[in-house]
Every structure is written in structure tokens, then in C-alpha cells.
Design a binder for this molecule. Structure first.
Ligand code: HPA
Length: 272
């Protein structure tokens, strides 16, 4: 794995004329942020050695590197999901590569269902913590001490200073941004109503099918993480209507300007 991530990193670095330190993983419908990147260098995943390919509609599969709000960023427009059949090592491979490239701060974004009844579709939620409900972990197997410790601490999986930074940013912009716990499920089926009631009791505020693996790998690698969920729908059983991927994409499109404004302000004011 290490050799593979080094090869992928070298391939990417040879195409870049910048040294990005901020990584962005853009979830369902949120890839539009990459379109704002200046002087973009675009690298389709299929060109990168050892990179998997993404398969879901609403997700592009490419890296976009360049400047955003004066920061040198490397964005993933589309990510790899466990439900696509990739294993956890493949899902987190790009995070390993980001580490090799020199990424220190990772913004992870996703679309998620609202478990917390005070939430509404279209809300943005800063992730304060997560629950790994996927029954798997990207760090299973032998540990490479060069990458990180065998038993990494996850007590501040989402960097506290970055959470504060996000709260200040929301205040400055006059935005009502929620905070909460993200539950990572495997999908691809949406949850049942009973599962959502269970997850609420367990302390979840939002639920999705991503993020947990990448955040685990980032913590292992010593990359600090900020997570943002776009609440694209109320989770199963809360409203008397079925869940659809179309609703997820429609809501993320509707809150596009809020999302872009928020992330751009976060980058602009990010402490070095
Ligand atoms: N459940 C799981 N994943 C999701 C949801 C949901 O309700 N909405 C967007 N991704």
C-alpha cells in the first residue's frame, strides 16, 4: 500500500505546479466547489496509478488542484464508497495519497439524512464526532508504523479548533449552521424507520454512507479534519415520504450558494 500511495502521489505531484496543504473531499452534489478552483489542474482518477474509479451518478471522478481563496488545495470531485464494492483500503487510498502529497488539513463533505428532528433539509451541519456503524475499519490488518500508530486516538476525530473556526465563520456570515454527530452506515439501501429511531437513541444527528473511513485514515495519518454534512433529506420514518437519491441531489443543488460561501470563508480565514 505504501509503495502504491507513493507512486500515485509522485504521479500527481509531477502534474502540479503547487504544493497543496488543504485537501477537500466533495460529496454527492457538492462537487461544484471544485469548479471555483483557480488555475485548476484536473486529473481523472482513471489516469492515476492504483486509484479506484467512482461509479455513482452525481459524483465525478477526478482530482482538481489549484488555488481557492488564496489556499493551495487538492480536491476530490467524487469519492469511493464502501457500498460500491471497494474495500476500506481502497476507499481510504486517496487519503493516504494526500498525506504523501503534504496535505495537513482535510475538509470532508457529504450529503446526509437528518436524524435530529430539529434539522431541516438544506441545513449545513458541522460534524463534531462520528459513529462508525459500518462494521469495518480501514486500519484492519498489519499496521505500517510509518503511516501511523496501531491504535490511533479518535477522541478528537474532528479537530476542535476547526469546529470553533467553523462556528465563527457561520456567525460572521449570519448562517444558521447546525452541529452534530454523523453516523456512517454502509448503505446502499437507505435505513429503515426503526434503524433511524435506534440511531437517534445512540446519539446520531445525521446519517450517511461515507466519511467515517476517510476520517479514520486521516486521524491515523495525523491529518486534522473538518467535516461538513449537507442535510439533504430527513432520515427514514420522520416524514411520510420515501427517500430518493434525486431528493439528495436536488437539495444539495438548492443549498449550493450557502455551501460554497461557507467553505470559501472557512478557507479564506483558515489559520495557517
Ligand atoms: N441515509 C443514508 N445516507 C444518506 C441519506 C440518508 O438518509 N441522505 C443522504 N445520504
Amino acid at each position: 500500500m505504501t509503495l502504491q500511495s507513493k507512486e500515485a502521489a509522485t504521479f500527481i505531484q509531477e502534474k502540479l505546479n503547487i504544493e497543496p496543504t488543504v485537501g477537500l473531499i466533495l460529496g454527492s452534489g457538492l462537487g461544484v466547489l471544485a469548479e471555483e478552483i483557480e488555475n485548476p489542474v484536473i486529473i481523472p482518477y482513471q489516469e492515476i496509478p492504483h486509484f479506484p474509479e467512482s461509479t455513482v451518478s452525481g459524483h465525478k471522478g477526478q482530482l482538481v488542484a489549484g488555488q481557492l481563496q488564496g489556499r493551495q488545495v487538492l480536491a476530490m470531485q467524487g469519492r469511493f464508497h464502501y457500498y460500491e464494492g471497494y474495500d476500506m483500503k481502497q476507499v481510504t487510498f486517496p487519503v493516504r495519497v494526500m498525506k504523501e502529497i503534504g496535505i495537513e488539513t482535510l475538509f470532508v463533505t457529504n450529503a446526509a439524512g437528518g436524524i435530529n428532528k430539529e434539522f431541516e433539509p438544506g441545513n449545513l451541519m458541522v460534524i463534531t464526532d462520528h459513529i462508525n456503524n459500518m462494521g469495518d475499519n480501514p486500519l484492519m490488518g498489519s499496521n505500517d508504523e510509518e503511516l501511523g500508530p496501531r491504535f490511533p486516538d479518535m477522541s478528537e476525530a474532528y479537530d476542535r479548533a476547526l469546529i470553533q473556526h467553523a462556528e465563527q465563520s457561520a456567525d460572521r456570515l449570519g448562517m444558521q449552521v447546525k452541529k452534530g454527530v454523523y453516523v456512517g452506515n454502509t448503505g446502499p439501501a437507505y435505513e429503515t424507520g426503526a434503524e433511524i429511531r435506534m440511531l437517534r437513541i445512540l446519539g446520531g444527528d445525521a446519517v450517511g454512507m461515507s466519511t467515517v473511513p476517510e476520517v479514520t485514515a486521516a486521524n491515523h495519518a495525523g491529518i486534522r479534519v473538518l467535516g461538513i454534512s449537507c442535510i439533504s433529506n430527513m432520515a427514514a420514518g420522520i416524514l411520510d415520504q420515501p427517500l430518493t437519491h434525486d431528493e439528495v441531489i436536488e437539495t444539495t443543488a438548492r443549498v449550493r450558494e450557502d455551501f460554497l460561501g461557507f467553505v470559501k470563508d472557512l478557507l479564506k480565514t483558515l489559520p495557517a
